[in-house]
Design a protein around this ligand. Structure first.
Ligand SMILES: Nc1ncnc2c1ncn2[C@@H]1O[C@H](COP(=O)(O)OP(=O)(O)OP(=O)(O)O)[C@@H](O)[C@H]1O
Ligand SMILES: [Mg+2]
Length: 250
């Protein structure tokens, strides 16, 4: 049975001051999958995520996220999506626990349930010991972990993770990848993950989209993309090799 699309765009386009950032982009993310969103710097990945969140308006085309049009109902879409940003803006004067309480309140999570989730999230990301420390004193990796803790507290249906392992040490990276898989398997969360770390993407993503110059040049399971570029020998190739082939031929 085909799983239905939970994220869908049709000819989605964003032009900034005459420059095309996202160019008639059509793609689908299926419910419950981890979708690897790849592409070189400036390809339009973050811009696409911003349009899917209703944080920037498309120039043309349309998008649906969990059945919601993010342009028309930006508040509603933010309720169902958790967003780990490329550059995180925290309320730096708060400590981690206060920040997570604030997130819980914003999402109308009942207080007792919130406290439980916050403790669990802090523990999962390894911030329990630093939970009373002001965020402004956090290292980059600690901020990244806090961003993930926010998603664990919110437990959204869909998560957009823009470079989730940036700044994490190797052990934290491994735990992050396992956690993403867990969220998918246990909470049935749909995950749209943008990353340049292709080995990591290869490890955890079910399907992959490659965006170049604002266009999706390929989308599908890795084996399919491999077969498209390398034929029957496809399975011997790494995602890095597959990606480079698409990139060079674009
Ligand atoms: N606010 C903005 N105003 C003008 N141009 C922008 C703005 N945001 C992005 N762009 C341009 O849109 C294009 C796509 O940028 P975007 O940030 O979406 O790329 P990306 O795929 O996320 O890249 P990276 O891998 O470096 O994060 C780039 O040419 C960028 O300069
Ligand atoms: Mg980006």
């Amino acid at each position: 049975m085909e799983t239905k699309a939970i994220i869908e765009t049709e000819e989605l386009t964003k032009i900034y001051n005459g420059q095309v950032a996202v160019d008639h982009l059509s793609f689908q993310v299926k419910e419950g999958e981890i979708f690897g969103f790849l592409g070189p710097n400036g390809a339009g990945k973050t811009t696409t995520l911003l349009m899917l969140l209703g944080l920037t308006e498309p120039t043309s085309g349309r998008a649906r996220v969990a059945g919601i049009d993010p342009t028309r109902e930006p508040v509603k879409v933010k309720r169902v999506v958790g967003y780990l940003q490329e550059h995180m803006g925290f309320y730096r004067d708060l400590n981690a626990r206060q920040m997570l309480r604030f997130i819980a309140e914003l999402n109308a999570i009942p207080a007792d349930q919130a406290e439980e989730r916050i403790e669990r999230a802090l523990k999962t990301v390894g911030l329990l010991e630093e939970a009373e420390k002001k965020i402004q004193a956090y290292s980059r990796g600690m901020r990244q972990r806090l961003g993930i803790a926010e998603i664990l507290v919110k437990e959204p249906k869909i998560a957009f993770l823009d470079e989730p392992t940036i700044g994490l040490d190797p052990d934290a990276t491994n735990r992050m990848l396992e956690l993403i898989q867990q969220l998918c398997q246990e909470k049935h969360m749909t995950i749209l993950l943008s990353s340049h770390l292709l080995y990591q993407v290869q490890r955890i993503c079910h399907r992959i989209g490659i965006m170049i110059n604002g266009r999706m040049v390929a989308q599908g399971p890795m084996e399919q993309l491999a077969a498209e570029k390398f034929g029957v020998d496809g399975e011997q190739h790494t995602l890095e090799e597959i990606y480079m082939k698409y990139f060079q031929e674009a």
